[in-house]
Design a protein around this ligand. Structure first.
Ligand code: HEM
Length: 407
């Protein structure tokens, strides 16, 4: 696709460009047709356009213009003070941006406060598992999602991964907080800011010669990509918890899904692409996530940085070999090989044999006296890992980038 068609698609803001783009780029995409039906979405209906050709028709042209006008530093400075969902937007924002943000911060009519209250219960009870799964299952999986790994690596934040990871972890923290979508919470703010960040990345990355050299797409972060990453988060987490036989009442599992459906909506994903149930989520993930997983040079580097994070928190226990073994355990041998994670003679077998009984003991499904010492070691590790991936993220401010990774 040439410069002209890319610009046209950006101008069209996605949906409209989608139909035209389908015919332009169809041959390259023939292997991954979009057949997931919108009737399984929270909207219950939709045009059926492959979200690969849909971006964010409202935010993209707006943020491109904010960038081109040189307004980003001023906007970032103002937005640093905007942290709580119920807080008014700071005075002094450009009028077009303010109007958009006022619309974007509104919850959709299908937001269900009762379900959100139940989600709080779930997050409270399962916080430890969630911390580890977000960090080591979702986080490490993102390094084998080629488009995401490359976008992250070549964008501004790719140069300081520790900072970037803590910003991304902020979303995992905010969505699990007791007041996530309430006026005192921060999830709406985090989502709206992230929506602006993604729109900026769509404008900036195509200008990066290094990204353009390796990327298979012309414009990053399509709605399909958004859902791929979404599935690496709640869908993967719920699949793991189910596989571990963690008992989760149906109302809590539905509530957890609801909090993430809302997250997707607030990040700018169209309702027709957001699965209405776990069964629909599993089916969509099978179609869009599983087939794209693959190693890239960028992903291997990012994974190495992620696995080295523990050493600054707890050099003795949360060291690289343990995080590596957890990754192999959670994501399997194939992904561990792709990420060049070495086998661990002590940790690999320990996780394989003792993890499920550990979960069972923790959940009260096995009698306490059966628990060997290693279970409490796991518990301690979980606490440390959860702290590392979630709690540390609290004071972080998400900012709109105005350049790519410096070469
Ligand atoms: C930024 C979350 C999908 C690429 C961010 C940030 C968050 C976030 C919280 C702000 C952190 C920061 O500024 O560093 C999410 C969630 C997603 C999603 C929850 C899906 C549900 C994607 C996808 C891609 C992507 C699909 C690429 C294919 C990026 C990039 C940045 C970013 C490049 C900016 C980093 C920078 O500042 O340079 N995302 N993201 N994200 N995201 Fe996403």
């Amino acid at each position: 696709m040439g410069e002209l068609s890319r610009r046209n698609m950006l101008k069209a803001g996605g949906t409209l460009g989608a139909l035209g783009a389908l015919s332009i780029a169809a041959p390259a995409q023939a292997h991954s047709a979009w057949t997931w039906a919108a009737k399984g979405s929270v909207a219950g209906t939709g045009a059926g356009v492959d979200p690969r050709w849909v971006w964010d028709e409202e935010a993209d042209p707006l943020v491109a213009s904010v960038l081109d006008r040189g307004d980003v530093p001023r906007v970032n400075e103002l937005l640093r003070t905007w942290t709580k969902n119920g807080q008014p937007l700071p005075a002094g924002l450009p009028a077009d941006l303010r109007d958009f943000m006022e619309r974007a911060r509104r919850l959709p009519p299908w937001a269900d406060q009762r379900k959100l209250a139940t989600a709080v219960e779930f997050n409270k009870k399962r916080g430890l598992y969630l911390g580890v799964l977000y960090g080591l299952a979702s986080g490490m999986m993102s390094t084998v999602i080629p488009k995401e790994a490359r976008a992250v690596y070549y964008s501004q934040g790719g140069a300081d991964m520790k900072d970037r990871i803590s910003k991304t972890a902020k979303l995992g923290y905010d969505i699990g907080a007791h007041d996530a979508y309430q006026p005192d919470g921060e999830m709406i703010v985090t989502c709206v800011k992230t929506r602006l960040v993604h729109a900026a990345v769509r404008h900036l990355l195509p200008q990066s010669p290094r990204w353009s050299e390796v990327a298979e797409e012309e414009i990053p972060i399509s709605q399909r990509d958004m859902m791929v990453t979404w599935h690496s988060l709640p869908t993967t987490v719920m699949q793991k918890l189910t596989a571990w036989k963690v008992p989760i009442p149906a109302a809590e599992s539905g509530a957890f899904l609801h909090s993430w459906q809302l997250g997707a909506h607030m990040l700018g994903v169209k309702d027709e692409y957001i699965p209405a149930s776990w069964a629909e989520a599993d089916a969509q993930a099978e179609q869009v996530l599983t087939p794209v997983l693959a190693p890239t040079a960028e992903g291997v580097k990012l994974a190495d940085i992620l696995l080295s994070l523990g050493s600054s928190v707890d050099a003795g226990i949360l060291s690289k070999p343990i995080l590596g073994a957890f990754t192999r355990f959670l994501l399997g041998d194939q992904i561990a090989v792709w990420l060049k994670i070495p086998r661990e003679p002590i940790w690999d077998p320990l996780l394989n044999t003792a993890w499920k009984p550990f979960v069972a003991v923790r959940e009260g499904l096995l009698p306490f006296p059966l628990a060997p010492e290693s279970y409490w070691l796991f518990d301690e590790l979980l606490r440390k890992a959860a702290l590392l991936f979630l709690s540390e993220a609290r004071p972080i401010s998400i900012e709109i980038p105005d350049s790519n990774r410096p070469s």
